[in-house]
Ligand binder design. Structure first.
Ligand SMILES: [Ca+2]
Ligand SMILES: [Ca+2]
Ligand SMILES: [Ca+2]
Length: 144
């Protein structure tokens, strides 16, 4: 299968970085790079649509843009213990979504960004990761 020739190492690193956005489950997800995108499947039918991925990003953006100025930036860093957690999440979203390299992540940069993992998994191109496509993605990631 062509999917197995893809370098999942990079994808795994990308996804494990994203897991830091949700530290309560980061440990459990660390070994499963496809878990995060699976979690976007909010309606519980085992499939993940692109719409659900966008909804998840929108939620994450809203959580990190604490001062609600439409940008994730150092100005959103909370005081105290949560600051470190924010720094990790900020570094992670910057590395993935800061397309223009200005160290700020705008809503458009994050919400409208392409997803290599999604595109990789969506082999029939219908913008839905079916349960079968997710399973293929998981097994390809495991066999990297
Ligand atoms: Ca902000
Ligand atoms: Ca930017
Ligand atoms: Ca599909």
């Amino acid at each position: 299968m062509a999917i197995k020739t893809v370098n999942f190492g990079g994808v795994a690193a990308l996804l494990s970085a994203v897991c830091m956005l949700n530290p309560s489950v980061a440990a459990a997800q660390a070994r499963d790079p496809v878990q995060l995108i699976s979690e976007a499947g909010a309606n519980g039918d085992g499939a993940v649509s692109w719409v659900e991925v966008i909804a998840m990003r929108t939620q994450t953006f809203a959580r990190l843009d604490r001062n609600k100025d439409g940008l994730i930036s150092a100005a959103d860093r909370p005081r105290g213990a949560f600051g470190v957690r924010f720094d990790q999440a900020y570094a992670s979203v910057k590395s993935q979504f800061d397309a223009n390299g200005d160290n700020l992540v705008s809503r458009a940069e994050m919400v409208d960004a392409p997803s290599p993992v999604f595109d990789l998994g969506d082999t029939n191109g219908d913008r839905i990761l079916s349960a079968e496509e997710l399973a293929a993605l998981r097994s390809a990631a495991r066999n990297k």
